[in-house]
Ligand binder design. Structure first.
Ligand SMILES: *Cc1c(COP(=O)(O)O)cnc(C)c1O
Length: 391
């Protein structure tokens, strides 16, 4: 059976060249980078090279990069690190209602400890209005945290424009760039951010490693306490093979991302067009243009997203329900809710995310199976009369 992986926003396969780069650091090059003997020094050199590559990818200086266990830790570190270090200045933090749970749950944690949070709304395409940010800023605001692009609906936010507003007020600005780093052009100075989270496994690196960019001079408390690693900002013996893999993934991304994004945009737009051509009563979730190159999120009325997913899985196709992180509950995703998708429609949502190894043949096969499955599910749907009468 043909197998088609269209869930690149959940995770990506590790690039073979990344694996090749990592393997020696899992066996013979096992030194601790903090050791002063040759075993340690050789690994230290490679870790610092990886830091340079990650810094280069986002237009930062190597000293501004702190390696973490991934995007979740980088987001938690940014929010909690800034909040605890600046609580004398103020207790107000601004974020949005469509952030990843790594940001939202860190915000809830801070809320329980006396911080005051503003969750900005988004428009029907998932865009944050920079004027809303301006209006939400108070004297007590210490941090604004807004994602660069949304993992569910793919909308790319106007971070540079918002950065200008936040910077003028002298407030720290964090962006969760886990969906864009290594995929789009991401530059910390263009975006005017003080903190930026990225994760290796979203751009063909290994899982369990990421980084937080911290602009020089930013007041932060360390997140993990212990040894003096990472200039005392993040204790613990480094995940050396992971960090070296992240560095290699950053290097590959630097060289390939532009061409790859162009290829994916074309495949994405082809798939969206064909879904609309071949299936009635569909809506595209997320912005039609300001959108991640590989993201397709649609609500297909009068079908149940979970049944759709299971049927596609039986045909060898891996996609995700519109509500990726909450698929164990029946609650529609907070993102679809925020853009105003009615609950009934939200339940028929499906996300396809394309990547490096996706081909036109994969898309044609998926379209064929999708159309077939929707037809089948609608023929047994209790709502079929409703939709036949309205279409
Ligand atoms: C995947 C993801 C994260 C979490 O990153 P991990 O490395 O899996 O912890 C955070 N934010 C966004 C937008 C993501 O897509």
């Amino acid at each position: 059976m043909r197998r088609v992986y269209l869930d690149y926003a959940a995770t990506t396969p590790t690039h073979p060249d990344v694996v090749k780069e990592m393997v020696p650091f899992l066996n013979q090059e096992f030194g601790n980078p903090s050791s002063i003997h040759t075993f340690g020094r050789e690994v230290r050199k490679k870790v610092e090279e990886a830091r340079e590559k990650v810094a280069h990818l986002i237009g930062a200086n190597p000293e501004e990069i702190v390696f973490t266990s991934g995007g979740t830790e980088a987001d938690n570190f940014a929010l909690i690190g800034i909040a605890f270090a600046n609580e004398k200045k103020g207790n107000h933090i601004i974020t949005s209602s469509i952030e990843h749970h790594a940001v939202l749950e860190a915000c809830h944690f801070l809320e329980k400890r006396g911080f005051s949070l503003t969750y900005l709304p988004v428009d029907k395409d998932g865009l944050i209005d920079p004027n809303d940010v301006k209006r939400a800023i108070k004297n007590k605001t210490i941090l604004v945290s807004l994602m660069h692009a949304n993992n569910e609906i793919g909308t790319i936010e106007p971070i540079a424009e918002i950065g200008k507003i936040v910077k003028e007020k002298g407030i720290y600005f964090h962006t969760d760039a886990v969906q864009t780093a290594g995929i789009l052009d991401v530059n910390v100075n263009d975006l005017k951010v003080d903190l930026l989270a990225l994760s290796a496994h979203k751009f063909y690196g290994p899982k369990g490693v990421g980084a937080l960019y911290i602009r020089k001079g930013t007041r932060m408390v360390p997140f993990i306490h212990g040894g003096h690693q990472e200039r005392r900002r993040r204790a613990g013996t480094e995940n050396t093979s992971g960090i070296i893999g992240l560095g290699k993934a950053a290097e590959i991304a630097q060289e390939t991302k532009e061409k790859e994004a162009k290829r994916l945009r074309e495949l994405r737009d082809y798939m969206i067009k064909e879904i609309f051509n071949q299936i009635e009563n569909v809506r595209l979730n997320g912005h039609p243009i300001q959108r991640l190159p590989g993201n397709i999120n649609v609500s297909i009325e009068f079908v149940e997203g979970e049944s759709l997913l299971l049927n596609l899985d039986l045909a060898g196709i891996a996609a995700s329900s519109g509500s990726a992180c909450t698929s164990d509950t029946l609650e529609p995703s907070h993102v679809l809710k925020a853009i105003g998708v009615p609950i009934q429609v939200a339940h028929g949502s499906i996300r396809f995310t394309l990547g490096k190894w996706t081909t036109k043949e994969d898309i044609d096969y998926t379209l064929e199976k999708l159309v077939e499955t929707v037809k089948k599910l609608r023929s047994i749907s209790p709502y079929q009369h409703d939709w036949k009468s309205t279409s």
